[in-house]
Write a protein that binds this ligand. Structure first.
Ligand code: MSP
Length: 652
C-alpha cells in the first residue's frame, strides 16, 4: 500500500481577484504534492474558497448581486489562475457547497452537545459600521473603533461561545514539545501572547448578518466564519457528510500550509476544535511569511500589483513558479521585485539550467549526430561530478520532507552549477577536435545527459511544464525519470539519442522589461486606487456641522429631465442645460464639461436643487444646480435618476 499524504492550502476569500501573494502557498503545496506523488505516495491535495462572512455580503451588496452570485464569479477567477499555474489539486472545496454547510452544522451541534459550546452574551464596545465588538484595550487612542476610528457604543448580543481553556495545556505542549509548528521559532510568540495570559473562550456565532452557515438549532445565528472555514479540512474528506469517503484514509493531514497572519487560527483554534471532537491532530503546520511589495503585504489596495497572468504571459508560468518558491524561506517575508525576478530567471534558468541543457544537447548533436557511441573512457573527475549530483538528490529529499522548498531548490542548483563547471573542466569542444578523444567525449556527454536527467526530474515538481520538454531533448523515457532511478547514474541508454529543441528559458532584456513592468504596475496601482472607497483608502471623512431635519427641508430637490444641452462659449468647464422640471422648464449651468459631452446628458433625468438662488456663470444665467458626486480620480459623475420617476418628483 502506498503511503498516504494529505496536504492543504488555506481556503481563500474570494473577495477580490487572486494575486501573486495567494499563489505562493498554492504553488508551494502543489510542488510538495507533485514531489510526494513522484515518490509514489497516495496524495490528496486540497484547496478551495472560504465564501461566507460579512465582508462578502457587503461586497455583493455594493455590486447589487447576491452573495452567491458574487462568489461564483470570483471563484472562477481563482480556478482559472490555478489552471494557468498548473496547480494539480485533487479536490476543491467551496464552503457554500451543501455538503460542507450541513457538515459544519453537525460539527457545531456535536460541540454543543458535548458541552464545549454554550450560549452566552457578547457585550462590549460595538462599532456599528464595522459590525464588530472591541474590548477596551483594542480601541484606538481616542477610545474609537481601531479599524474605522469612528465612535463606538456599549452593546450586548446573544452569542454562542467555544470553551478554549480545557485545551490550553495540550496546545502549549503541541507547540513547544512536538514538531507540529514549522518553523518552531514561532511557538514562543503564540504561547506568550495567547496561552500564557489565559485562553479566552471564543465567540462562535453571529446574529448581525445572514451570509453564513445557520446554526441548526437556533434561528438567527450563523456560525463564526473561522469555525466554518477550518472545518473544510475534514468536511472535504467526508467528515460528517456522504459527499466524500476518504476521511479514514487521509486524516490526519500531513501538512497544512498557511501564511503567518492566519497562523494563530491554525495553531490554537484548529487544534482545540479537533481535540473537542476527539479527532487526531494534523502532523505539521508550515507557516510562511508574506510576499511583500515595497515592504507592504501584497493586497487589493495595491492593485494586485503583480498580476500572475501578466508575468506568466511574459516569462512562462514555470519561471514565475520557480521565482516565488526560490525567494521565500519558511517563516520569513520575501520582498517581490521585478528586478530580482528577472535577474533570477536570467541567471538560474536561462544561463544556468537552460544553457546546461542546450549546450549538452548541441554538443551531442554536433560531435555524434545526436546518438552517443558506446565506447567510453572514464576519468576521476567524473566521480566527483556524479557524487555532487547524487548528494543533491539526498539533500532535496531531506529538505522536502521538512517542507523547506527554497532549500531544496538551492540544492538542485548546486548540482546544476557543478554540471556547468564539469563542462568547463572537461572542455568537450577540445575533445571534439581530436578523433582519438571521442571515447572520452562520449563519456563526458553521457554523464552530463544522465546528470540532467536527475536534475530535471528533481525540478519537475516545481516546473512541471518545462521538464517534459527537457526529457524529450535528452532522450529520457518516462521510466528513466522515475523517483527510484534518481539515486543512480547509468540509467539513460548507453546509445542515447538527443533531440535539439526550443530554448527553454529565453534570456530577458533586463532594462527593457523593467521599464515595461513598471509602467504596467503604475497603471494597476492607479486604477486600483480609483476603485477603492474613501474608507478603503484609509481617508477620514470630515462631516460638515450637523443640521436639523428642518434645515434639510429648506432644500428643494426635484427630478428634472435634460431636454437640451450645449457648451458655454468662452468656458472649458461649463455646460448650459435646459431642463424640464415640471414647472415650465429652466436653465442651469453646470461645471461638468470636462466629464460629459452634451449628447451624454440629453434625455437623462437628474437631481435638481430647485430653490438655489439664481446666479451668473461666465455671463450665463443659472437657475439652480444639478447634483453630482466626486470620484476618486478627481473627476465627477452626475447622479442620474431612474427613468421611471416622473419629472418634478420631490426627493427627500
Ligand atoms: N479565508 C482565510 C483562510 C481560511 S483557512 C481555513 C484567509 N483567506 S485569504 O484569501 O485572505 O488568505 C489566504 C492565504 O493567502 C493566507 O495564508 C494569507 O496569508 C495568504 N496571503 C495573502 N496575501 C499574501 C501575500 N502577499 N504573501 C503571502 N501570502 C499571502 O485568510
Amino acid at each position: 500500500m502506498p503511503e498516504k499524504f494529505y496536504i492543504t492550502t488555506p481556503i481563500y476569500y474570494p473577495s477580490g481577484n487572486p494575486h501573486i501573494g495567494h499563489c505562493y502557498t498554492t504553488v508551494a503545496c502543489d510542488s510538495i504534492a507533485r514531489f510526494k506523488r513522484m515518490q509514489g505516495c497516495d496524495v490528496m491535495f486540497l484547496t478551495g474558497t472560504d465564501e461566507h462572512g460579512l465582508k462578502i455580503e457587503q461586497k455583493a451588496a455594493e455590486k447589487g448581486v447576491t452573495p452567491k452570485e458574487f462568489v461564483d464569479e470570483v471563484v472562477e477567477k481563482f480556478k482559472s489562475l490555478w489552471k494557468y499555474m498548473n496547480i494539480s489539486y485533487d479536490r476543491y472545496i467551496r464552503t457554500t457547497d451543501d455538503y460542507h454547510v450541513e457538515a459544519v452544522q453537525r460539527i457545531f451541534k456535536a460541540l454543543y452537545d458535548k458541552g464545549y459550546i454554550y450560549k452566552g452574551e457578547y457585550s462590549g464596545k460595538y462599532c456599528t459600521p464595522c459590525e464588530s465588538f472591541w474590548t477596551d484595550s483594542q480601541l484606538d487612542e481616542n477610545g474609537c473603533c481601531p479599524e474605522c476610528h469612528r465612535p463606538v457604543a456599549f452593546a450586548r448580543e446573544e452569542a454562542y461561545f467555544f470553551k478554549m481553556s480545557p485545551f490550553a495545556d495540550r496546545i502549549e505542549k503541541l507547540l513547544t514539545e512536538t514538531d507540529y509548528l514549522r518553523p518552531k521559532t514561532r511557538a514562543a510568540e503564540l504561547v506568550n501572547n495567547f496561552i500564557k495570559p489565559g485562553l479566552e473562550d471564543l465567540c462562535v456565532s453571529r446574529t448581525t448578518f445572514k451570509w453564513g452557515v445557520p446554526v441548526s438549532f437556533d434561528e438567527g445565528h450563523v456560525v463564526y466564519v473561522w469555525i466554518d472555514a477550518l472545518s473544510n479540512y475534514i468536511t472535504a474528506l467526508g467528515y460528517e457528510n456522504d459527499a466524500h469517503d476518504d476521511f479514514a484514509k487521509y486524516w490526519p493531514a500531513d501538512v497544512h500550509m498557511v501564511a503567518k497572519d492566519i497562523m494563530r487560527f491554525h495553531a490554537i483554534i484548529w487544534p482545540a476544535i479537533l481535540m473537542a471532537l476527539d479527532l487526531p491532530l494534523p502532523k505539521h503546520l508550515a507557516v510562511h511569511g508574506w510576499i511583500t511589495f515595497n515592504g507592504e503585504k501584497m493586497s487589493k489596495s495595491l492593485g494586485n500589483v503583480v498580476d500572475p497572468f501578466v508575468l506568466g504571459e511574459r516569462y512562462g508560468c514555470d519561471a514565475i513558479r520557480y521565482h516565488i518558491l526560490r525567494e521565500m524561506a519558511l517563516g520569513a517575508d520575501s520582498s517581490f521585485s521585478n528586478e530580482i525576478m528577472i535577474n533570477r530567471i536570467n541567471s538560474d534558468l536561462a544561463n544556468g539550467f537552460g544553457n546546461l541543457v542546450s549546450r549538452t544537447v548541441a554538443m551531442a548533436d554536433k560531435y555524434f549526430g545526436g546518438t552517443l557511441p558506446t565506447e567510453r573512457e572514464t576519468a576521476d573527475i567524473d566521480d566527483d561530478f556524479r557524487a555532487v549530483v547524487l548528494g543533491a538528490f539526498a539533500n532535496v529529499e531531506q529538505a522536502m520532507n521538512e517542507t523547506k522548498i527554497k532549500q531544496a531548490l538551492e540544492e538542485i542548483f548546486k548540482a546544476v552549477d557543478r554540471a556547468n563547471k564539469y563542462i568547463d573542466e572537461t572542455e568537450p569542444w577540445k575533445l571534439g577536435k581530436d578523433e582519438t578523444k571521442k571515447p572520452r567525449l562520449a563519456a563526458v556527454l553521457y554523464n552530463l545527459l544522465d546528470g540532467i536527467r536527475i536534475v530535471s526530474a528533481l525540478l519537475s515538481p516545481f516546473m512541471p511544464e518545462t521538464m517534459p520538454k527537457v526529457w524529450e531533448q535528452i532522450g529520457a523515457s518516462e521510466t528513466d525519470v522515475e523517483y527510484a532511478k534518481l539515486s543512480e547514474f547509468g540509467v539513460l541508454p548507453a546509445d542515447v539519442t538527443v533531440h535539439k529543441g526550443e530554448i527553454l528559458f529565453p534570456r530577458i532584456d533586463v532594462e527593457k522589461e523593467i521599464e515595461e513592468l513598471n509602467s504596467i504596475i503604475q497603471k494597476n496601482m492607479e486604477s486600483a486606487k480609483a476603485n477603492l472607497s474613501a474608507e478603503e483608502k484609509g481617508e477620514v471623512i470630515e462631516l460638515a456641522p450637523e443640521i436639523t431635519i428642518d434645515d434639510f427641508a429648506k432644500v428643494e430637490i426635484r427630478v428634472a429631465k435634460v431636454t437640451a444641452c450645449e457648451k458655454v462659449k468662452k468656458s472649458k468647464k461649463l455646460l448650459c442645460l435646459q431642463l424640464d422640471d415640471g414647472m415650465g422648464g429652466r436653465q442651469v449651468v453646470s461645471g461638468i464639461a470636462q466629464y460629459y459631452a452634451p449628447e451624454d446628458l440629453i434625455g437623462r433625468k437628474v437631481q435638481l436643487i430647485a430653490n438655489l438662488k439664481p446666479c451668473k456663470l461666465c455671463g450665463v444665467d443659472s437657475f439652480g444646480m444639478i447634483c453630482a458626486a466626486d470620484t476618486s480620480d478627481g473627476g465627477c459623475k452626475v447622479i442620474f435618476v431612474d427613468d421611471s420617476i416622473p419629472v418634478g418628483a420631490k426627493i427627500r
